[in-house]
Ligand binder design. Structure first.
Ligand code: LIP
Length: 270
């Protein structure tokens, strides 16, 4: 079963919207850190799983032959050549604390290439979308739409750079060392808490660049397409594609200098 890129994008948009509504409506009013300490399957994990089920069920209802890669459920195969890459809540710690910057991220891949991507930020009423070759857009709650462009020509020393830190203490310790090498050479750092939103922020010019070790394909698949379609470059070290090892995203003229600053700091090790 094929389907045009526009059909895939429309399905991703309506599905991300539905998941966002559910995650806001069903979030327990007293959700707090205590919930994560009581049992191994905490409330946030339950919400994550419920949102992923909702997303997969909705997509399967109209496209039964598609494959899925989800943060919660892993890989499930399909026969259509279309694979959906899903993060039901990117920014789970923000969701837990009632901070607004968490997102539903859905990407559609055809023949191994991401062709449509949606990052919904429900609390902010923002929906970031991109179809390959057709630009990236931000749709606001009131329906107004902006075409996104990365900031261009920002010198490294004036770059506002988003990053994030993994959950493992050993990884974080080295990420802090890398940060020590980066921070004196740039304008400042932002740690928003969602890799998907960080990539959309590069696309929207709300930050100039982003780098992080650790985010998986489900965290960055949609956001990377959105950043690229807004004119950005997204990659790993030494010409490699973005991966769990390292993802760097930046507007024109900044990717190279940021890459060259990071490379000797050994940002791919824990
Ligand atoms: C999180 C990211 C965040 C990153 C964390 C984690 P989750 O995803 O988006 O920016 O720094 O390491 O991967 O766990 O909220 O889906």
């Amino acid at each position: 079963m094929g389907g045009s890129v526009h059909d895939l994008l429309e399905l991703a948009i309506s599905t991300a919207d539905a998941a966002g509504v559910m995650l806001i409506d069903k979030r327990p009013a007293d959700l707090g850190v205590a919930h994560t300490k009581s049992s191994p399957t905490d409330v946030v994990t339950e919400m994550d799983q419920a949102a992923e089920r909702l997303i997969i069920d909705r997509i399967r209802a109209s496209r039964p032959g598609d494959a899925f890669l989800g943060e919660e459920g892993g890989e499930t195969g399909g026969s259509s050549g279309v694979r959906w890459i899903i993060d039901p809540i990117d920014g789970t710690v923000n969701y837990l604390y009632g901070l607004p910057d968490w997102a539903v991220s859905i990407a559609a891949e055809v023949g191994g290439e991401v062709v449509a991507g949606v990052v919904a930020v429900p609390v902010r009423g923002e929906l970031y979308t991109a179809a390959r070759g057709e630009g990236a857009y931000l749709v606001h709650r009131d329906g107004s739409t902006e075409k996104l462009r990365c900031n261009a020509g920002v010198p490294l020393e004036r770059a506002l750079v988003a990053t994030g830190f993994g959950y493992l203490p050993q990884r974080r310790a080295h990420q802090a060392e890398v940060l020590c090498g980066v921070l004196p050479r740039i304008r400042d750092i932002r740690r928003g808490g969602s890799a998907a939103i960080d990539l959309c922020s590069v696309a929207a010019g709300r930050v100039d660049a982003y780098y992080e070790r650790g985010p998986h394909e489900w965290d960055f698949a949609a956001g990377a397409l959105i950043a690229r379609e807004a004119g950005g470059t997204v990659g790993g070290l030494h010409g490699r594609p973005p991966s769990v090892e390292l993802t760097i995203a930046a507007g024109p003229g900044l990717f190279g200098p940021l890459h060259d600053l990071l490379a000797p700091l050994d940002p791919e090790r824990d």
